[in-house]
Design a protein around this ligand. Structure first.
Ligand code: ZN
Length: 417
């Protein structure tokens, strides 16, 4: 096992650890561990809500999910010699759930969860169709996930970090804040909000204290969106074997990571989210001096995905176009066409006995592929969602026999609120 440079104690909260991480982006959050180019090391990560979501059959915890507390990130890690303008190479050598045989209280200890936020607290990709809070618990056996809330389905986890990135410079942070607050100003009372402005409440900023803490808490960016530094990209193919090239904006690069997922469908459409868990990452880092200029990576990380995907060879695919459910034609709206493709798949799976929310959870958690199939054929974009047929323990393609009926099981918990 690589040297554990960032151990977390599963019995203690995020702020009660040997190293206290952070849940905001800011250049002045001090690095709490220094590594060198060429180093291999292990980092433990907490589940993104730091244990607020529990293994039970109620979705009240999702309804009341403390959104101001996310994402709890491990780091920052300073990389010796890294300077603005470099590219930071990060290899994901291994990634997995909390290494513990017995099921414990933390997501990652043999189980994980997928939630759908209520429209009033977070919302999501299909929040108009699913305005309430829901939760599914997934059990892990080796690399396989199954759920007491979703019968007839099992799949191989494509384990990956949802979030990893370098610290922004002060100038880059100011740009983020300016453009996101301008967006919010176009509809400041929208539910769910258009973006999340800086919020001092529940900010965790590593070792900062006093006046520095107050200043940084007021300025720091929230971690929900992906940005130029990588961040919460939620790319399901960041599996073991991935190499990422991050732009460096501050001395030391100040790399941070978290939000581990046991599995996820493209788009993480359920928002809360993939199959969320705590766990570990084994990383190797190196530098390409001046690499941002050399390779034209002025912003946004590039990466080479891992090659340990589950080997699914047959898919049932659903398409959607940029026409609203009310029949209104939109112009090449690929977000809408992906929604329509997903709604199409949800309608189809209900013919097999699933509830609409069970089908939605399958699309959020299983390794489905989402594609922009056509973006030029005016006025309709065409998005497609590919579902691996082997995740079902019955034939899922249309046939003359008609749809097999699953035992509905106990169903997906909904919040009492
Ligand atoms: Zn996540």
């Amino acid at each position: 096992m690589p040297q554990a440079v960032y151990p977390l104690d599963s019995t203690r909260s995020f702020t009660d650890q040997q190293y206290v991480g952070h849940n905001r982006w800011h250049p002045d959050i001090p690095a709490n561990v220094t590594v060198r180019p060429g180093d291999v090391f292990r980092v433990d990560c907490r589940e993104w809500f730091d244990g607020a979501i529990v293994n039970d059959d109620s979705a009240d915890d999702i309804l009341n999910a403390p959104l101001s507390t996310v994402h709890v990130l491990s780091g920052p890690f300073a990389v010796e010699g890294a300077e603005p303008g470099d590219l930071l190479i990060v290899d994901i050598l291994d990634v997995g759930p909390i290494p513990q045989e017995d099921s414990g209280p933390l997501a990652g200890q043999g189980w994980g969860y997928t939630g759908v936020f209520a429209k009033s607290n977070g919302g999501g990709f299909l929040t108009d169709q699913f305005p309430d809070a829901y939760k599914v618990i997934w059990d892990f056996q080796g690399q396989t996930a199954t759920s007491r809330h979703v019968p007839g389905v099992s799949f191989t986890g494509i384990i990956h970090p949802g979030l990893m990135g370098t610290a922004p410079s002060a100038e880059l942070l100011a740009r983020w804040t300016a453009r996101e607050t301008a967006l919010i100003a176009t509809d400041p009372h929208r539910v769910p909000p258009l973006a999340l402005p800086p919020l001092p409440d529940d900010a965790i900023l590593g070792t900062l204290s006093g006046a520095d803490f107050d200043r940084v808490a007021a300025e720091a960016a929230r971690t929900a969106p992906p940005r130029e530094n990588g961040g919460n990209q939620d790319i399901k193919n960041f599996t073991k074997g991935t190499r990422v090239f991050y732009p460096v904006f501050v001395p030391g690069a100040n790399l941070s990571m978290g939000d581990l997922h046991f599995s996820q469908g493209d788009g993480e459409i359920t928002f809360c989210g993939a199959i969320e868990m705590g766990g570990f990452l084994d990383l190797h880092v190196d530098l390409i001096k001046g690499g941002m200029e050399t390779y034209g990576v002025s912003e946004n990380a590039i990466f080479m995905p891992g090659n340990v995907d589950p080997q699914y060879s047959q898919w049932l695919a659903f398409s959607g176009t940029s026409v609203t459910l009310d029949g209104e034609q939109k112009y090449l709206d690929s977000h809408l066409s992906y929604q329509r493709a997903c709604l199409h798949a949800i309608d189809y799976l209900q013919k097999f006995g699933y509830s609409d929310i069970q089908a939605y959870m399958i699309l959020g958690a299983a390794p489905i592929e989402g594609r922009l199939s056509g973006v030029v054929d005016i006025p309709n974009s065409c998005s497609t969602v590919y579902i691996p047929t082997a995740i079902f323990d019955f034939p899922v393609a249309p046939s003359a026999d008609g749809p097999h009926q699953v035992d509905p099981g106990m169903g997906v918990p909904m919040s009492a609120g």
